[in-house]
Design a protein around this ligand. Sequence first.
Ligand code: OGA
Ligand code: MN
Length: 271
Amino acid sequence: MKLQAFDKTPLIGSEIKTDIDTLLSGAESEAIRELLEQRGVIYFRGLDINDNQQVAFAKTIGNTVETEGENGIYKVSLDQGINARAKYLQGSLFWHVDGSLQPYPNYAALLRALKLSDSGGDTEFCNTYAAYDALPEQEKREIENLRVVHSAERSQYYVTPEMSYDEVCFWQKSPTKSCPLVWTHASGRKSLLVGATADYVEGYTVEKSRALLAKMRDWCTQPEFVYRHKWKLGDLLIWSNTGTMHRALPYSSSSGRLLHRTILAGEEPLN
Ligand code: OGA
Ligand code: MN
């Protein structure tokens, strides 16, 4: 069986129908990479594979699997008993790009649903290529050379708005990173890069910077650029981390919600 892709919205998100053997064979890995690039998010409904199959499939997509978690599987949970970094993971409730502070942000990530929350816990993604393309030409020119400083500290204010001095000092130990607002990729396509780590626009006043970053996030997250995934058990979803932002919709830390994540290492430098 080959792949069949069904677009879920005009600009982002496709469901793929195929069987496990086809995926694990790697025969369709080029088609999957192409779909990821074009559609930002692809998913397999109720594929119901196991951890080893998830990692094996990730490897067929042609990148290095990051060694986070155990054997390439990281438990995404807000329950401290399941994930010691649960507090930090609360940042996932706000629009972000994974690894925006790294020299090579992740290429893509896979999430598989093992346990769902009774309420909340959908995941939203927005297509930041499509958002850039849709900007008025005048605005594209205004922002084309802007640079934004990203910091771990900034993203922590979403989780802990009133951080103590010690907390601020702790997060300030993480190095900040200057990134282009408009990311020009190896393919020549351009995407917008904002999200929870976006701290300030270089050379702008505080007010002007805050306003532009909010405007850009609002722009990227307009309904036409967003795909919302309503999880079903066994779903396997992959997102292109260089061409989208994502966030989890609120859910209770005691809901038991558990996703298994596998990360594909970045291929494109962000500088
Ligand atoms: C992530 C993430 C969103 C979710 O794993 O990087 O942001 O819905 N997850 O749990
Ligand atoms: Mn994330």
